[in-house]
Design a protein around this ligand. Structure first.
Ligand code: ADP
Ligand code: MG
Length: 505
């Protein structure tokens, strides 16, 4: 009896040991599979400086093509008709309306007649009611005009009335617009969830002004611009060496000052100052040199605009978290290191950029923030520290690629205008020339301003691409609220009272 008991115990022990060893082998195998997925991601996202330089060259080439003819490139290179920027001589009170997505803002800016002398600014932000996003243009603009009217009445209450002259407004409208002049343009298409069908193909300012008349508000829209152009205007107002502006927020775009003679498709239009701000719509840039993964391909295919906005889908805030979500989902499907596959992982855009940043920048030894976000947002709990570290690594790979590609885009613009030290197109100076001109790029957008790691990776890549000697002359300057204030400044610079044109380049 005793012998039997011992035998059974021995067998049981063997079985337990077998199970433990089997589990270990299986778990090692699963971990290996996950590491394989990570390796594949790392390789597909690689952005060595050589590859970035190819992207730089491709950007400059596409810029040329887009400037040569309509439809010459995926880069639309839209004319803005902004041929002089605020210089500081602007004086008086101007309004702006910043309409670009979830919120719209009305502003009143008092300018003091000197550079960087904004005497006061008042801002009011309103969410755009959901039902107006798919309503009619008349409903939308009546709502905007009445909000504007209330704002004007509140602001001017008690202060000196501006009855002497019609109030002037800068309209910042950040949707693809084909400009007809500096103060008129046709909506090409809606983006960001808007679908007011009767407005596509219509002239935007006319619709606003009709609503202003209906509301009885004496105001005229002096300019129609987008957020990148507004940011360029504020950048230039603060610092005359500003030559370009980049938006890296929910979406991404850039604009810059181009010589009139380089804008071949513009011939026939009168440009008084010798140059014009060009709205690149760079979110749509594409090149075979861009490091693309299977996750990017799936994200694009499942998006409402496949084959569109390829550069933006690798860079901007709305997409980064979704790339990370897709990687975690695949790892979760290939092994159980995240436990059973969470249904949350199949919800598009559930992982937003601020959460991605919070996980990436978690410096607690136990990665508590990662743990919390995995639990609360993705309903993944009880994962080991090793797995949490893996998540941070995924965030790092995706963000680093995005930031480095954005840097390559900026270097592409600098190359096009001869400010990359290569002695390029516009006869810039050589790398060693100490006389290289100071070059400022204005930047706005939450991904750049609020995500430190993103910003650091972008700066590091720009230094690598340009080299220290050149990079020291290139300043990236955060230009907050450029989209709104810039609109008011441009209204002032283009107001009916008129200011002198200046040579910009
Ligand atoms: P928009 O681009 O819509 O005009 P912003 O310039 O304020 O607005 O950018 C907001 C975007 O910036 C968000 O959609 C998000 O992608 C990103 N963002 C905001 N805060 C952070 C953050 N703390 N970390 C990372 N990304 C952020
Ligand atoms: Mg914005």
């Amino acid at each position: 009896m005793g012998k039997v008991a011992v035998g059974v115990a021995a067998l049981a022990a063997c079985a337990v040991a077998g199970v433990v060893v089997g589990r270990r082998v299986r778990s090692r195998r699963k971990w290996k599979r996950v590491v394989g997925v990570l390796k594949e991601l790392e390789e597909a996202c690689e952005t060595p400086v050589g590859r970035l330089r190819q992207v730089v060259d491709a950007m400059a080439v596409e810029m040329h093509a887009g400037l040569a003819s309509e439809g010459g490139s995926k880069l639309k290179m839209l004319l803005t008709f902004v041929d002089h920027l605020p210089t500081g001589s602007e004086i008086g009170t101007y309004y702006a309306l910043d309409f670009g997505g979830t919120n719209f803002r009305v502003l009143r800016v008092q300018l003091g007649g000197r550079r960087s002398s904004i005497l006061s600014q008042d801002v009011e932000q309103r969410p755009i009611p959901q039902h107006l996003m798919t309503s009619t243009s008349e409903d939308l603009f009546d709502f905007i005009a009445s909000t504007l009217k209330q704002f004007v009445e509140k602001e001017e209450n008690g202060s000196e009335p501006s009855s002497v002259r019609t109030r002037e407004l800068g309209l910042t409208f950040s949707f693809p617009v084909r400009q007809l002049s500096i103060h008129s343009g046709i909506l090409i298409k809606w983006t960001k969830g808007f679908a007011i069908e009767d407005m596509v193909g219509k002239e935007v300012v006319g619709l606003l002004e009709a609503a202003l008349v209906r509301s009885g508000l004496d105001m005229r829209a002096a300019v129609l611009v987008n957020d990148a152009v507004g940011t360029l205007a504020l950048g230039h107002y603060d610092d005359a060496d500003t030559v370009a502006a980049v938006i890296i927020g929910t979406g991404t775009n850039a604009c810059y000052l181009e010589r009139a003679d380089a804008i071949i498709k513009c011939q026939g239009h009168l440009i008084t100052s010798g140059c014009m701000a060009v709205n690149m719509e760079w979110g749509n840039f594409w090149s075979s040199h861009l490091p693309r993964t299977s996750y990017d391909i799936d994200l694009d295919l499942e998006s409402p605009n496949p084959n569109d906005q390829g550069f933006e889908k690798m860079i901007s805030g709305i997409y980064l978290g979704d790339i990370v979500r897709r990687v975690i989902l695949r790892m979760s499907q290939e092994s159980d290191i995240f436990g059973p596959v969470s249904s949350r992982l199949s919800i598009p855009f559930i992982l937003q950029a601020p959460l991605l940043a919070a996980m990436h920048e978690d410096d607690s030894p136990e990665l508590k923030e990662v743990d919390k976000i995995l639990k609360e947002t993705l309903e993944i709990s009880e994962v080991s520290l090793k797995v949490r570290k893996l998540v941070v690594r995924i965030c790092d790979v995706v963000t680093r690629r995005a930031a480095r590609l954005a840097a390559a885009g900026i270097a592409g613009i600098l190359k096009k205008i001869g400010r990359d030290g290569s002695g390029g197109v516009a006869g810039g100076r050589s790398r060693s020339d100490p006389e290289m001109r100071r070059t400022v790029v204005a930047i706005e957008g939450g991904l750049y301003t609020r995500y430190m790691m993103f910003r650091e990776y972008l700066h590091e890549a720009l230094n690598e691409i340009l080299g220290e000697d050149v990079a020291q002359h290139v300043i990236l300057k955060v230009t907050e609220d450029g989209s709104g204030i810039g609109g008011a400044l441009l209204a002032a610079a283009n107001s009916s009272s008129g200011v002198d044109n200046v040579q910009l380049l």
